[in-house]
Ligand binder design. Structure first.
Ligand SMILES: Nc1ncnc2c1ncn2[C@@H]1O[C@H](COP(=O)(O)OP(=O)(O)OP(=O)(O)O)[C@@H](O)[C@H]1O
Length: 276
């Protein structure tokens, strides 16, 4: 299949997606002149959407940058990299398919009881950084969207005891590649609709725990859905919360330096927000 976004029928949806990515790029300076961006494409709805929107932006943006699609094949039996590769080839993308032995390695190295997903993700991340470097890319784009940010925030608070989500832009552990997440402002439901209406050739990752893992994340999704019935803007508010942090009003003793409060609307000595 080939996909021309200009011919995409649902113009309102496309406008929203473009606008969300444009806003993220501007807010976090995600893309700069001369960037060469490795776009991580798993064959899932999120990363296909990411790739198509970045390619669109590349054609229209005043800054000049390049993109290269990268797929990591963890070696799970049944994973249809052929479908992904055909999509990339037919749509004229520069790409690299990376076969790996991750499946075998995970089976050998995983300690009983440890999380399959986290070891798989760690291997994949390493392979993506390596590929980005080999391809001469200074940035790596991942397909995490607004719901991923919010669910991760809740998961860390509920199960880890940490006030943490994800960054829209951060230097990777390899010290060289900047990881960017241009879909931060896109709600998952828009991406789902887009992937259906654009008939993207979504494939299953085929890992042994596919569908049965990530139960806590599913629980967060259910919780948010329930909350939305009473508080329709709850997700927007949670996303806003992580971009509106008041370090002086938290309990982390590492933050106990004399920081000015970033919120100028709170007068000195004003409320701590608990007692009104
Ligand atoms: N096998 C892979 N090859 C390349 N990139 C990957 C691969 N798996 C994951 N990624 C990247 O990491 C991001 C987050 O991965 P995750 O496993 O959480 O997938 P997801 O949320 O289901 O997204 P998608 O719908 O793109 O699969 C993906 O959007 C993609 O950019």
């Amino acid at each position: 299949m080939t996909l021309a976004l200009d011919e995409f029928k649902n113009k309102g949806l496309l406008r929203r997606l473009r606008h969300g990515v444009g806003r993220a790029v501007a807010d976090f300076s995600l893309i700069e002149e001369g960037d060469r961006i490795a776009v991580a494409v798993s064959g899932g709805k999120d990363s296909y959407t990411l790739l198509l929107l970045l390619e669109e932006l590349r054609r229209r943006a005043p800054v000049s940058f390049e993109i290269v699609a990268v797929n990591i094949d963890s070696g799970y039996p049944g994973y249809r990299t052929d479908v992904i590769e055909r999509f990339l080839r037919e749509n004229g993308f520069t790409y690299r398919m990376v076969p790996t032995e991750h499946y075998t390695l995970i089976n050998e190295k995983r300690r009983p009881g440890s999380s399959y997903c986290s070891i798989c993700a760690r291997f994949k991340r390493g392979a993506l950084y390596t590929a980005a470097q080999e391809l001469g890319c200074n940035k790596l784009a991942l397909g995490h969207h607004q719901d991923d940010f919010i669910e991760t925030l809740l998961l860390n608070q509920f199960f880890v005891g940490s006030l943490k989500s994800m960054a829209a832009s951060m230097l990777a552990d390899n010290g060289e590649t900047v990881v960017i997440r241009p879909l931060v402002y896109l709600p998952e439901e828009d991406i789902i609709r887009f992937s259906h209406e654009a008939a993207l050739p979504v494939v299953c990752c085929c890992c042994p725990v596919c569908g049965t893992a990530d139960l806590q994340r599913k629980r967060m999704k259910r919780l948010l859905k329930e909350l939305e019935k009473d508080i329709p803007h709850v997700k927007n508010s949670l996303l806003k919360a992580i971009s509106n942090v008041h370090p002086r009003h938290l309990l982390d003793r590492r933050l106990q330096v004399a920081l000015p409060d970033p919120c100028t609307s709170v007068p000195p000595g004003g409320t701590d927000g608990q007692h009104g």
